[in-house]
Every structure is written in structure tokens, then in C-alpha cells.
Design a protein around this ligand. Structure first.
Ligand code: SF4
Length: 369
């Protein structure tokens, strides 16, 4: 079966420091490993990429900005093999403390037109829990440098619902992010994952009702400031939604290259090893799930409901050869205003984003076949 892939995710696992909450696939920056890693990445791409036209390239991590100028040059030389369309979105993740002006210029020269910055929080109290040390001034300088260089499509990440966090702390973080005048803000309610320092330190989740209150406060504040709540955790000014992430949520195909990366190509969802030593030895994919039609429909609904667009009913029919209305009897959910069925799209009412899992369960229970 031919693939319709036009998006690529690249994982760069190196970081200059390890944050206490982090469950991503990452290691401490190590010069010797970077070189070997980039060669393994080159090989994985060469063995798998079929020359498709690519409209979005996302370099995530880890902290891609932890690489030196020479290492970044090598990375871009490796990525030069991709057949990028003229208006492609090219995003790189970065931490403000490692994204120097020289690196920003290099990104610009190599076509990067979107940067996603890990800001997370500017509260000293909360940074000490997360074991991060991002200075407010560094963030401001970094964003000014990006804008001066002509990279205006900037995302800032915010983490909230951290133990000891008050609504006032959250208000401060939000005011700071809004003052940066960035067109995209991603928000994450802190999850205390197993095998993280937070878990070992015995840090607890905040009360569920406070978490809900914070979620609603974020949504209201950002919407009042011109951001569109276009995905349950993501906000953007008009025309600044993440094209790359929308491909995930619209259940489209993408390559994932690098340690810990995952991809979705021609009915197969695959995951690469999280072991950097195995990856360097050329052992890449460790898990493959071949999707049935039913699985694909499940992903389509689960992911599509995360967005304010929802599910495109006509596209659904084209993809699966069946009307969504004949698979699910969801009238009750529409009558109760949990779902909105209008103009050919079926979407979750934003007031129910917070309880999306519950909505999804109720929707799937309405299966009539
Ligand atoms: S949160 Fe980001 S910077 Fe911190 S350890 Fe994880 S990948 Fe690295």
C-alpha cells in the first residue's frame, strides 16, 4: 500500500540538564554520543525515507538547541535529504538558555520557521520543584532574538498544576507568557510519571478541583487575549496553529526518526527503541502495530475530538467508506450539548474538553455495529 506521508518528526535526545518531571527519551549532552547519534540518524533516514514531498518537519527532543553550532550544521546537512515543499513548516524545539543568537541565525539560514520554547514557569518556587532554572530575562532575550532574526512563529510551553502552585502563581506565568507576544502557547497539566525524580521525591498531584479551576482559568485568560483554544491543551493566534501537530490530531501519516520516536505509515504505527546505545548500533524499530479498520477509526475519533475542528465527516466517509452517523448513534450527546454536529464536522463542545476521556467512552459506547 502506498503511503500518503508528508510530515516528519526527528528526535534529538540530548539535554544540558535533566528536569525532575521529565519522562521523555533523553540523555545528558555528550559530544562523543552526539556524533555517533547523528550518523545513526542519517542511516535510519536513508534506509526508510522514500523521497515523499514533506510539508512539515519537526525537530524535537530532548533539547535540539543543546547541540553545538557544528553539530547543528551536521544535523541540517543530514536533513537536507528531505524533499521539502516550499511552504513547509519547519519547527525546532529549544530551551531559552541554550538558544544563542548564533544558533538562531543558523536555524534561519536552514529554513527553520517555527521555534517551540520550553519556558514552563518563571516562578522560582515552582522551578525548584521541577529542577529547572530558566531565567525570565533569558526568555525575553531569546524571543527578541528570534523575532529580530525573522522567526516570528514561536510557541512557549507552560506547565501548571505543580504541587504548591497557587492560582496567583499561574496568573503570573500566564501574564508573562502573554507579555512575550508569542502566537502559540502549549499548556501541560503536570503528570507525575513513574521513574521520574518527582515521583521519587514524593511530589503529589494537586487537587483535581484546583486542576480544573486552573484549566478553565488558562482557557479564559488566553481566549480573552486573542488566542484560539484549538486543541485541548493548545492555544494559537489566528493562522498560527501548529501544522505539524494538527497532522497527528487529524490522524495523518508521518515518519518518526530517532531514538524513542514513533511514526505512522501505511496502516502501521511503529515505535523506535528508547535505548540510545541500541539506536547507535542500528537497532531502531522495537514495536509495530498493524492497524485494523476499527483501530484506525478509533484513532480518528480519539485524536479528532481533541481539536476544535473535530471530525470532518466527509473525510471520514472517504477514508473508511462508511458514514460516521451509521456507525455511532450519538444523538443523545448532541442533544445534551456535549457534542456539536454542524457544517459537516462533529466536535466536542469546548466545555467538555476537560472530561474528554469520559466523552470518548460515551461516544464509543454508542457504537451501533
Ligand atoms: S523536560 Fe526537556 S529539557 Fe528537561 S530533561 Fe526533559 S527533554 Fe530535557
Amino acid at each position: 500500500m502506498s503511503s500518503k506521508v508528508d510530515a516528519i518528526y526527528i528526535h534529538i535526545p540530548f539535554c544540558n540538564y535533566i528536569c525532575a518531571y521529565c519522562d521523555f527519551c533523553k540523555v545528558f549532552y555528550n559530544k562523543e554520543y552526539v556524533n555517533k547519534y547523528l550518523e545513526a540518524l542519517r542511516k535510519e533516514i536513508k534506509d526508510n525515507y522514500k523521497g515523499e514531498v514533506i510539508t512539515s518537519l519537526y525537530i524535537g527532543g530532548g533539547t535540539p538547541s543543546s547541540l553545538s553550532i557544528d553539530e547543528l550544521k551536521k544535523l541540517f546537512e543530514i536533513l537536507g535529504v528531505f524533499n521539502l515543499s516550499q511552504n513547509s513548516e519547519i519547527t525546532m524545539e529549544a530551551n531559552p538558555d541554550s538558544l544563542s543568537l548564533d544558533k538562531i541565525k543558523l536555524l534561519k539560514e536552514n529554513g527553520v520557521n517555527r521555534v517551540s520554547l520550553g519556558v514552563e514557569t518563571i516562578s522560582d518556587k515552582l522551578q525548584s520543584i521541577l529542577e529547572r532554572n530558566t531565567r525570565k530575562e533569558q526568555v525575553v532575550t531569546c524571543i527578541n532574538n528570534l523575532k529580530r532574526t525573522g522567526i516570528n512563529n514561536i510557541n512557549a510551553d507552560l506547565i501548571y498544576a505543580i504541587e504548591k502552585e497557587t492560582l496567583e502563581d499561574l496568573e503570573n506565568d500566564l501574564s508573562f507568557l502573554i507579555s512575550l507576544d508569542v502566537p502559540h502557547i502549549s499548556t501541560y497539566s503536570l503528570i507525575i510519571e513513574n521513574n521520574t525524580k518527582l515521583k521519587l521525591k514524593g511530589i503529589k498531584n494537586i487537587d483535581q478541583s484546583l486542576d480544573r479551576c486552573m484549566y478553565d482559568f488558562i482557557s479564559k485568560t488566553l481566549k480573552d487575549n486573542g488566542y484560539i483554544h484549538y486543541e485541548i491543551s493548545n492555544f494559537a493566534k489566528p493562522n498560527f496553529s501548529s501544522k505539524h501537530n494538527l497532522k497527528y490530531w487529524y490522524n495523518l501519516e508521518y515518519y518518526g526518526f530517532g531514538v524513542g520516536a514513533s511514526g505512522y505509515i501505511s496502516n502501521i504505527r511503529y515505535t523506535n527503541t528508547r535505548s540510545i546505545t541500541d539506536y547507535i548500533k542500528g537497532k531502531t524499530v522495537i514495536d509495530k502495530e498493524t492497524l485494523t479498520e476499527k483501530d484506525k477509526i478509533f484513532y480518528e475519533i480519539m485524536l479528532g475530538f481533541r481539536t476544535n475542528r473535530g471530525i470532518d465527516k466527509r473525510e471520514f466517509k472517504d477514508k473508511y467508506n462508511v458514514n460516521i452517523d451509521s456507525l455511532f448513534d450519538y444523538k443523545k450527546l448532541v442533544n445534551n450539548k456535549v457534542l456539536i454536529d454542524e457544517n459537516g464536522y462533529l466536535k466536542v463542545n469546548e466545555n467538555y474538553f476537560y472530561v474528554l476521556d469520559e466523552v470518548l467512552t460515551n461516544f464509543l459506547d454508542s457504537n451501533v455495529k
